[in-house]
Every structure is written in structure tokens, then in C-alpha cells.
Design a protein around this ligand. Sequence first.
Ligand SMILES: *Cc1c(COP(=O)(O)O)cnc(C)c1O
Length: 358
Amino acid sequence: MQYERKNIQQMAGYVPGEQPTDAHTIKLNTNENPYPPPAAVMAALGEVQPEDLRRYPSPAAAGFRDAAARCHGVSSEQIVTTNGGDELIRLALTTFVEPGQPVGIADPSYSLYLTAAAIHGSPVVKAKLTDHWQLPTDFAQQMNAAGVALTLVVNPHAPSGQLLKKDTIAALADALDGVLMVDEAYVDFADPSHNLVPLIKQHNNLLILRTLSKGYSLAGLRLGYGIGPTNLITPIATKTRDSFSVDAIADRVGATALAHRESFSAGWAMVRENREKLVGELRKRGFTVPDSQTNFCLARVPNQATQSAHTLYLALKEAGILVRYFDTPALNNCLRITIGTAEQNARLLAAIDAASHE
Ligand SMILES: *Cc1c(COP(=O)(O)O)cnc(C)c1O
């Protein structure tokens, strides 16, 4: 006897990238930051007291919420703290989409959107990206025509790394009938002049997702947040959120991380530099790689007749280097490669060269 709801029976679960536990694998498959969090953040972890654990945490993770508000120059009421950015994706569905009402995405994008929609019981309207990973010009019209209540756009885009400019996002928010959630999981690695936060003043349907998993080297902590106008934030922060979804440790450590934003920026600059080098080297070897504003790049393999993306993925794995292979038609000749340290990237290139000479 199956007790699951029909949509749960029918769906497949989200499949995260592999997480090997050995120390020697070079992990370039899940877009973690290659540099560890700075000493100030580890010191904050050391300051956690037994009382912090005995008692329930601040329901709204007030310490972090205030730190995020200061960091972005908004009020605390324009911030909601979540258990990873992923929780905010689920909460946006819960809060803004009637079950059965469609959600909209660009295709391809973050595959968790499909999982979250399936759990919610919402069909997904997919607008195919152009050959250069751009939104189709009639993207908003496609969403509106289908009655989409929530459109999810990852920017910079995953898996291509392309960045939509502020004006494009503003125009999209204007054109959409429903809520626009811009998933900025990778924004810390983008051009530092890019900033969408001021747009929340003019667009009452714009919700921005942030996470400490990528830029802040804290994927293990599970901390994310939303930035938006209060008409979007308040219902999430006061009604649909789990009462204590962010624990006392994440609240404290995350607040310290944002307060020490400056000490992360050298790492972000290093990732950008390593990224430009790696992309250049991959292009020299014949890979097609779109410009990236993230900590990964999407490399289409050359000479697919002699070596497919899948065989290269396996050869790299054999050499102890994990990259991400997606078994989907739009991406099956590509590998998504996280930007590692300079040394990791050099080893990746050496392994690619070795694999293509076999
Ligand atoms: C990593 C990621 C997130 C959020 O991840 P969390 O670890 O849950 O904070 C959201 N969107 C995209 C596209 C991501 O890659």
C-alpha cells in the first residue's frame, strides 16, 4: 500500500552532486568555494555557549537578519532568513503559488526548481534558453500566457554562468504578472558593480535569493536568505517559515560572516582570476565555454565523435577529479566545472590533456 500523495509517487527526488568523504578527491562538482572561511568566522563558532544550545534560537534568526539588513542597506523587515537558499525556494512556492497553479523557469536551470514544484503539485512552464543561454525575448509573455504565479530565474545563470543586467531584471519584473524570484546563489563571484537590491524599492513582485553556501564558504552550515519588499517578505517570515528553521549556530556564525564580508572579497577576486585563466585554457583546447560570472564554467567538449562529455567525466573521475555531468539533452555534451584553487585547476587541465591523448 502506497500512502504518498500521487505527485510524490510520481516524482523523482533531487539528485545532488556526489560528496566523496576521502580527502584526496578534487571536488569540482558542486560549486563549493575552494577557500575556507576566515578565522573570524571560525572564532564565532568557538564562541557558541551551552546556553545557545539549551535554549530555542531566535525565531527569526534576528542576529543574522539584522546583519544582512546592514550589509544590504535595507530594513530587517526586508530580510527573511532560511535554512539554506533551498528552503526559500520551497517557501516561495508555499507562499505565492496555489497548488496546481504553474511555476515558470528557464530551461535549463537549477534542477531543484523542478523537484520543488513537483512536491508542491505545480506544473512547470519551461521557456527554452537561446543557443547562447539567453532568455527568449518573449519570456515574460510565455509566463503570463500560462498563468504563472512564480517565475524562478537564476542569475548569474546556472549552469552557463551568464549574467543578466539589472535593467533586464527590472524590465522582467515589470512585465511579469506574478512574483519574480531571482536566485543569486553565485552573485558574490560576479562583477562587484552588479547589485539588484535597489530594485526591491520599485518592484513589489521581486524577491532575491542569497546563500552563504557558495560565496561565504559555508555550505555545511545551511544558511540562506531572501531580500525583498515587505509585501513578499512578511508572509514568509511570519507565516509560512518553519518556526525555528535556522539554528543558533547558523544565526551567530552567519552574522559574523556577513560582518566580515571584506575578508571574503580577496577569495572572490581570486576565484574570478582563476576562472578567467581556466576558461582561457579550456578554450585553447577546443572547448566551447560561455563567459562566466560565477565560480564554475560550462565547457562543451570538442570532437564529440572521439570523446563525449560522459567519457571525459569518467576519465577525470578515474584520475580523482569530480566534475558535474548532466544526463539531459540540452547539456549532455557539456561538463560543469567548479573553479578550484590554481593548483586544482592545473591538475584538472593536466588530467584533461592526459585523457585526450589516450
Ligand atoms: C547552491 C544553490 C542554491 C542554494 O543552495 P543552499 O546551499 O541551499 O543555500 C540556490 N540556487 C542555486 C542555483 C544554487 O546553485
